[in-house]
Design a protein around this ligand. Structure first.
Ligand SMILES: Cc1cc2nc3c(=O)[nH]c(=O)nc-3n(C[C@H](O)[C@H](O)[C@H](O)COP(=O)(O)OP(=O)(O)OC[C@H]3O[C@@H](n4cnc5c(N)ncnc54)[C@H](O)[C@@H]3O)c2cc1C
Ligand code: SF4
Ligand code: SF4
Length: 371
């Protein structure tokens, strides 16, 4: 039976652990208490004596691939980019949500509606705090609205963010609270790697993922950690003052919206050195195992590209369109949504190719024996 010891050897040491926290969350939820995360978010032994060597942490980890066939079957996943039932471009009908959303505020509008109609009683989202995005179990519509978007305020200086600002939110850790709060109908918003971990936990039927009823995935080209020095280097190259950044959007480029109304676009490739190591080996751009996937790529400003992937996802989105969302007019541009989908597929292909190349570089070079 492979255990956390093997996760250290096979996943952490080669740099493939993306700190999703799935292994630790399960171990803590079941009260084994053998694992914890260190201050950098890396899973470590809390008390090796408490490890009963059940091997579930090893199975949950997306990087081991143990449950690949189970989750592929369950999701009806198809090559190359997962199951796609439909693609749309939409925005929240509510002007306040539209304004506070990252792109079209579609996720926030859907979650708020699901709360109002009693379909969910909690949602794992992420709030902007001083050190970056922080996971949060929202239990009301108001708390959902608080977590919308990617606005942040650097007006007090980078000091308010500590030494570094990370776009990563270890959201799976917030699942621990579900049990404490006694909630059983939870929506989870997260990156493709986090959704993948949740699906593995669901395939095993283990706590606390058994309370998750809806997975909303974010397109993801990577998570970035920005320090003062990084910001200063970008400031001089792209002519902005970081105090002026009001909002960050990640689409084809990393887009900074400034208080002056100006926009700065930084090619994502330029931020490659700031990407977490594990993101270099990740092949999932469009959250292929989510019920619905969301991103800005392919959509005009103020809109979100939405891919429905499961019958549940399609039903949730259809109800959203009826009650709280406006779709980009099909009459105005009949090919708009298919163009957006093509852009997602192209970004997805590029990410897979880059990851395959990076993974090949991890393989030991063959030894040639001279005769
Ligand atoms: C790290 C990261 C990388 C991304 N990369 C791309 C990309 O390359 N291309 C692209 O098209 N789109 C990317 N996106 C998705 C895009 O930025 C928007 O989140 C998406 O379009 C939804 O917009 P919205 O206005 O509908 O969502 P909103 O209504 O604003 O809701 C966003 C929801 O996401 C939650 N959230 C925010 N940050 C995080 C986080 N770090 N982890 C978990 N949950 C979070 C918020 O709490 C909120 O509930 C990325 C998002 C993140 C967080
Ligand atoms: S489950 Fe997640 S946090 Fe744990 S070793 Fe795997 S990638 Fe890392
Ligand atoms: S690039 Fe992959 S590993 Fe990195 S945060 Fe996004 S989904 Fe996770």
């Amino acid at each position: 039976m492979k255990t956390f010891f093997n996760l250290i050897q096979e996943v952490q040491k080669p740099g493939k652990c993306h700190h999703c926290g799935g292994c630790v969350t399960f171990c803590s939820a079941i009260n084994y208490g053998a694992l914890k995360t260190d201050p950098q978010g890396k899973p470590v032994y809390a008390d090796i004596e408490r490890c009963i060597e059940c091997g579930i942490c090893y199975m949950i980890c997306p990087e081991t691939g143990v449950l690949d066939q189970e989750i592929i079957k369950e999701a009806g996943w198809q090559a190359p980019d997962g199951r796609i039932i439909g693609t749309s471009v939409a925005k929240a009908r509510d002007l306040i949500i539209q304004e506070s959303g990252t792109d079209g505020g579609v996720i926030t509008a859907l979650l708020a509606h699901l709360f109002e109609t009693g379909k969910i009683n909690g949602a794992v989202v992420s709030r902007n705090m001083e050190t970056g995005r922080t996971p949060w179990l929202a239990t009301s519509k108001e708390e959902i609205l608080d977590a919308a978007g990617s606005h942040f305020n650097l007006s007090q200086g980078m000091e308010t963010f500590g030494e570094r600002y990370s776009t990563f939110s270890p959201s799976i850790k917030a699942l621990g609270e579900i049990r404490r709060e006694g909630l059983e109908r939870i929506a989870f918003v997260g990156t493709p790697c986090q959704i993948n971990t949740i699906r593995r936990m669901q395939a095993l039927g283990v706590v606390p993922a058994d309370s998750i009823v809806l997975c909303l995935g974010l397109f993801c080209s990577g998570n970035f950690t920005l320090t003062k020095e990084n910001f200063h280097a970008l400031e001089s190259k792209y002519q902005f003052d970081y105090h002026d950044i009001e909002k960050i959007n990640i689409k084809e480029n990393f887009i900074l919206r400034l208080a002056t109304g100006e926009i700065r676009e930084i090619p994502i490739s330029e931020l490659d050195p700031l990407k977490r190591t594990a993101c270099r080996y990740c092949k999932d751009f469009s959250a292929e195992f989510a019920d619905i996937s969301f991103g800005g790529i392919g959509a005009d400003d103020g809109y979100t590209t939405v891919i429905t992937r499961t019958p549940l996802g399609r039903a949730v989105f259809a109800q959203g369109v009826e009650k709280v969302l406006d779709q980009h007019s099909y009459k105005e541009n009949p090919t708009y949504a298919s163009h957006a989908e093509a852009m997602v597929l192209a970004a997805s292909k590029a990410k897979k190719l880059a990851a395959e190349k990076n993974l090949r570089e991890l393989e030991p070079s063959p030894v040639t024996v001279m005769g």
